[in-house]
Structures are given as C-alpha cells and as structure tokens.
Design a protein around this ligand. Structure first.
Ligand code: CTP
Ligand code: CA
Length: 223
C-alpha cells in the first residue's frame, strides 16, 4: 500500500485538522460563506495518515472525499466547528487549522425567510469565535499548532504578526489575489515561518506537495 511506502515519521501522533469553509445561514434559503475547496486540508489529512498519524478532520460543508482511515466530523457553522475542535483538541498532539472560517455571521431571520419589499436589506453581523486563537493560546507545552493566513497585503508582516499573536508553531501564509494561489485552486504559493524564526518562501506547488513538505518541517522539528 501507499502507507507502506511512506515514512512513518508521524506514527503515534494524534492530529486534528479543520478544513473547508463554514456556512452561516441567515434564513432557511440563504447562507454566507466562501469558496474554500478543502483541498489543502484534505491533502494534509491524507499525507499525515499515510505517514502513520491518527487523523481527525473536522470538515465544513465541502464536497471532498476522504479515505476511511481518517475520522471525519462534519459541521456547518463556525460555532459548530469551534465546539467540535474544543472537544477534540485536548487529546491531540497537533492541531492544524486549514479551515476558511467565516469571521462574522449574519443574524438568523425571525420569520424563516426574508421577503423582498422593493428596498434594501441590511443586517448587522456578529463576530464568530476564533477557533485557532482560542485553542492555540491555551495549548499544553507538548501540543503543536499549525495555522494558515490568507493575506491581501503586506504578506510577510501580517503573517509574522499572526504567528505570534496566535501562539503558533508553524504558519503557512499565502496571497489571496494571485492566480494559482489560495482559495479554490489546486496549487498555492506560500511563505512558511515557524516560532524559531525560520522562514522559507516556496515556489508555486500543488497543494498535495505543500502538505507533504509541511509534515517534513514538523517532523524535523519534533523530538
Ligand atoms: N481561524 C479560525 N477561526 C476563525 C478565523 C480563523 O480557526 N474564526 C484560523 C484559520 O483556520 C487560519 C487562521 O486562523 O488557520 C488565520 O485565518 P485568517 O482568516 O488568515 O486570519 P484571521 O485571524 O481571521 O484575520 P483576518 O481574516 O482579519 O486577516
Ligand atoms: Ca479571517
């Protein structure tokens, strides 16, 4: 099998991933979301499982297949994902947060569905919890966290801020407005930085290969 040909450098590790978008319904027919494909998260989940890890993937609503050796916990909203991750993370060695979580949620319609009335509709959004920041700033000394950053400007500066502010071990940052990078693409061009100040800019690569290299990095820096 493929696993038999892979290094087993993640054997004995429990890894939790979040992946895909979240979906925030504001009435029975409509929701607020983003075009996350789940490809980065699925690639990381599959690579980790092949390398011997016990993998749990908390998945937002996205049409992506995962092999049965990965435990899947499907959720819809950011708050569902937060609840699932809060339950699971305490028993994990590594948390990898690839989900494109909606930062805000619209209020849900009290009458079931908004009817058109010839005028505009305005809604005030509430802030969703930051799953990564909450779990990562409270992590135990033996736990590691991997975060992602989608940036529209000042990539390196904003990424370094997120690494520190969210207490991450590793951060993968990408520009959101570049062809062949980020959302809903099969490739990405990323800047990788870790808590020890190591930093690398990788060329545009398939997300499957980025996933493999991320585990190489973790594996080289974990006793
Ligand atoms: N994240 C999360 N929960 C949220 C928002 C983000 O777990 N409510 C995680 C993402 O999965 C990602 C990281 O935090 O690993 C950074 O997400 P990003 O959207 O780049 O940053 P934010 O902290 O949300 O800041 P902003 O969108 O304002 O740049
Ligand atoms: Ca965000």
């Amino acid at each position: 099998t493929l696993a038999a040909l892979s290094p087993q450098d993640l054997r004995g590790k429990k890894i939790m991933l979040t992946l895909g978008p979240t979906r925030e319904y504001f009435d029975k027919a409509r929701f607020w979301s983003n075009p996350s494909s789940g490809i980065m998260g699925a690639s990381l989940a599959i690579a980790a499982a092949l390398r011997g890890a016990e993998v749990t993937a908390i998945t937002g609503p996205v049409d992506i297949a995962l092999p049965s050796l990965i435990k899947r916990v499907p959720v819809v909203t950011a708050r569902d994902m937060f609840e699932a991750a809060t339950d699971i993370f305490p028993s994990q060695d590594i948390g990898c947060f690839t989900a494109a979580v909606a930062d805000f949620r619209p209020p849900s319609c009290p009458t079931g569905k908004y009817k058109k009335n010839g005028g505009p509709l305005s809604l005030t959004f509430d802030a969703n919890p930051d799953i990564l920041a909450t779990l990562s700033t409270a992590k135990k000394s033996w736990q590691q966290t991997i975060g992602f950053a989608a940036e529209s400007q000042d990539l390196e500066h904003n990424a370094a801020l997120k690494l520190r502010k969210k207490n991450l071990d590793l951060l993968i940052a990408n520009p959101i407005d570049e062809a062949g990078a980020g959302f809903a693409a099969a490739t990405n061009r990323v800047l990788v930085m870790d808590r020890h100040g190591r930093q690398e800019a990788w060329p545009q690569l398939p997300k499957t290969e980025i996933a493999w290299r991320i585990w190489d990095w973790i594996s080289m820096n974990t006793p």
